[in-house]
Design a protein around this ligand. Structure first.
Ligand SMILES: [Zn+2]
Length: 113
């Protein structure tokens, strides 16, 4: 159900933004889903469409960016992309630690008219 809550939150945020800018309609939401987040973009969009009915968000598009999972090397500080079943730093071979990148679920901006 966390997808439902996120969808409702985004409808509210986008409606507020539209009101603030004096716009009548939200045309698109630019969102980021981390590839390691446990959110399904399609499911969020489905709930969004339901929650948006009768509001400025009705019919708004989702522009989805998927962020890659990045690891940080504890030895040399290298930031690198996580590969499947491989957590090792490409420069020194130490095992990388997870970072926030790849877990985010964010509304980055709203397009209105
Ligand atoms: Zn390293």
């Amino acid at each position: 159900m966390h997808e439902y809550h996120k969808a409702v939150e985004w409808v509210n945020q986008a409606n507020e933004e539209a009101a603030k800018r004096g716009a009548e309609k939200v045309t698109a939401l630019n969102v980021i889903f981390g590839e390691s987040s446990d959110y399904s973009p399609e499911v969020v969009k489905g709930y969004f469409d339901e929650a948006a009915v009768g509001t400025a968000c009705e019919g708004a598009k989702f522009n989805i960016t998927v962020s890659r999972s990045m690891l940080k090397c504890p030895e040399c500080g290298n930031l690198f992309e996580k590969k499947l079943l491989d957590y090792r730093c490409p420069s020194c071979g130490a095992e990388g630690n997870p970072t926030e990148s790849g877990n985010e679920v964010e509304l980055t901006s709203v397009e209105v008219e």
